[in-house]
Design a protein around this ligand. Structure first.
Ligand SMILES: *[C@@H]1O[C@H](CO)[C@@H](O)[C@H](O)[C@H]1NC(C)=O
Ligand SMILES: *[C@@H]1O[C@H](CO)[C@@H](O)[C@H](O)[C@H]1NC(C)=O
Ligand SMILES: *[C@@H]1O[C@H](CO)[C@@H](O)[C@H](O)[C@H]1NC(C)=O
Length: 219
């Protein structure tokens, strides 16, 4: 049982790694976002919103970050039911025009997608440590001053109506996605947020409701 599971994990890893290695060999690094790709220009990052407006701070972090760590409940035999985090590329919209909804581009071959099939609940964390903000100010990543947010909810497939915005949001920030192998059956998904915690100052996490979060507008 364990041996078979290990074998299938190995096969899964091989299936995942082979095309990745091939594409590394075959194509020059296209990077992600960056100038000319519609991502945030790192030297022109907008200023942090006032920390007392936690909902706005949360939306700011979500739009600034183009990846995060998503925790799911593992469906692997070895660690079944245990928390399992992986890094995923994401986007809630073009720079400055995010809608707050983190979109994902997933393949059934991914461990995370497999976990989500068994249990769609997931928790996503993103931090300004992923930008120059914390380094520039000398904030340690665990310090609440190095603003980070935790979003919990369920991951659902994106429907036809929302597909165009999800695709535009992701491909603008991650142009590499267009070249990901079609054989992996990539699909658009999103985190349907139910709970939000914002760590942006001392005194414990601030609770923001999804209503407050989606209510924020940017000029
Ligand atoms: C698709 O999803 C959006 C956002 O969740 C929703 O507003 C819309 O009604 C859905 N459309 C269909 C056809 O289900
Ligand atoms: C998103 O979550 C809300 C609150 O739990 C729920 O009412 C809604 O049906 C969910 N939407 C989808 C598309 O799963
Ligand atoms: C939504 O935003 C408006 C305008 O900023 C504000 O007056 C209102 O209180 C907000 N509502 C919620 C639920 O956050």
């Amino acid at each position: 049982m364990a041996g078979r599971a290990r074998g299938s994990v190995r096969a899964l890893l091989a299936a995942l790694l082979a095309p990745a290695l091939l594409s590394l060999l075959a194509s020059p690094a296209r990077g992600r976002g960056g100038r000319g790709h519609g991502d945030w220009d790192p030297v022109k990052l907008p200023p942090l919103p006032p920390r007392e407006d936690a909902a706005r701070v949360a939306r700011f972090v979500t739009n600034l970050c183009d990846w995060g760590a998503l925790a799911t409940a593992s469906s692997l035999a070895e660690v079944r039911g245990r928390p399992f985090a992986d890094v995923l590329s994401l986007s809630d919209g073009p720079p400055g025009a995010g809608r707050g909804q983190p979109y994902l581009y997933l393949s059934p071959l991914q461990l995370t997608a497999h976990n989500l099939q068994g249990n769609p609940h997931a928790t996503l964390t993103m931090s300004l440590a992923q930008t120059d903000f914390c380094r520039k100010h000398g904030f340690d990543p665990q310090s609440p001053l190095c603003v980070h947010i935790i979003l919990s909810g369920t991951v659902t497939k994106v429907n036809e109506t929302e597909m165009d915005f999800a695709k535009h949001s992701l491909f603008t920030r991650h142009p590499d996605m267009e070249t990901w192998p079609a054989s992996h059956n990539w699909f658009f998904a999103k985190l349907n947020i139910t709970n939000i915690w914002v760590l942006d100052y001392f005194g414990g996490p601030k609770i923001v409701t999804p209503e407050e979060y989606y209510n924020v507008t940017f000029q």
